[in-house]
Design a protein around this ligand. Structure first.
Ligand code: CO8
Length: 258
């Protein structure tokens, strides 16, 4: 059996995935990304889970793709064998909300993995960066596309061209992360946020996620139409009836995720 490079557990309706390659600061090799993809799809497939948290260690969320593994790759290796796309995009197939809980380094592919999640909660120790330029390459898992959408062109250029890191305060100021929390409270806060989300109606959470993501893929009119149709569709769910009835009856809703 191959080495366990991730740990997967449940906390109520939350699926918690911990990247577990501490000696290499969670450098993301193919085996780790395969295991991460399998764990994500397992949580996606079960009705018992409503939201997912991906985290790393105190020192590193992930310090990037595995440089040792990549160093001798040729153009044909990466182009034909799809080392990069084979397993890096699995996370984008997950419809349930995914939170990145980041402490320490989130660099290169680690920063890109965090940005593939739906939002990032950061410890005050977090450091984000796209240092690939220092290795003679550029970001290869969406960094040049997702970073400017998150922080704007100026800061994305600054980070990708100088390879410098930004700390948690700068990441929050620039919109990359949704909250910054003391390091010893960060994972609890992320699990609490995920627990709140997992307690909502799952169809609503999925449609909210899909609608927000559509803002990055379409013009305003098309995005608003997409949102409107999702809004309409939710009136076909039991959970809409329950949510609104509970409000009127001044009680807590009990969602059945359908
Ligand atoms: N890959 C492989 N090993 C790594 C990586 C990495 N990205 N980062 C750290 N390690 C290893 C080190 O080699 C070291 O191993 P060992 O103890 O066996 O020598 C161990 O982790 C601890 O690292 P350091 O001793 O360097 O720890 P420091 O605290 O001194 O420094 C840093 C921490 C600053 C994070 C430093 O390790 C560093 O700069 N790491 C590299 C960061 C980087 O350049 N990341 C970008 C990588 S390229 C990339 O991500 C491209 C993404 C493309 C996506 C698609 C790819 C398939």
């Amino acid at each position: 059996m191959s080495e366990a490079l991730i740990l997967s557990e449940t906390r109520g309706r939350v699926g918690l995935i911990t990247l577990n390659r501490p000696k290499a600061l969670n450098a993301l090799n193919n085996d780790l990304m395969d295991q991460l993809g399998a764990a994500l799809l397992a949580f996606e497939a079960t009705d018992e889970i409503g939201a997912i948290v991906i985290t790393g260690s105190e020192k590193a969320f992930a310090a990037g793709a595995d440089i040792g593994a990549m160093k001798d790759w040729s153009f044909m290796d990466v182009y034909k064998n799809e080392y990069i796309t084979r397993n890096w995009e699995t996370i984008k197939r997950v419809r349930k909300p995914v939170i990145a809980a980041v402490a320490g380094y989130a660099l290169g592919g680690g920063c890109e993995l965090a940005m593939m999640c739906d939002f990032i909660i950061a410890a005050d120790t977090a450091k984000f960066g796209q240092p690939e330029i220092k290795l003679g390459v550029i970001p290869g898992a969406g960094g040049t596309q997702r970073l400017p959408r998150a922080v704007g062109k100026a800061k994305a250029m600054d980070l990708c061209l100088t390879g410098r890191m930004m700390d948690a305060a700068e990441a929050e100021r620039s919109g990359l992360v949704s909250r910054v929390v003391a390091a010893d409270k960060m994972l609890d806060e992320a699990i609490e946020a995920a627990t709140i989300i997992a307690g909502m109606s799952l169809p609503s959470a999925i449609m909210a996620k899909e609608s927000i993501n559509r803002a990055y893929e379409s013009g305003l009119a098309e995005g608003i139409l997409f949102e409107r149709r999702n809004f309409h569709a939710l009136f076909g769910t039991d959970d809409q009836k329950e949510g609104m009835a509970a409000f009127v009856e001044k009680r807590k809703p009990v969602f059945r995720h359908q």
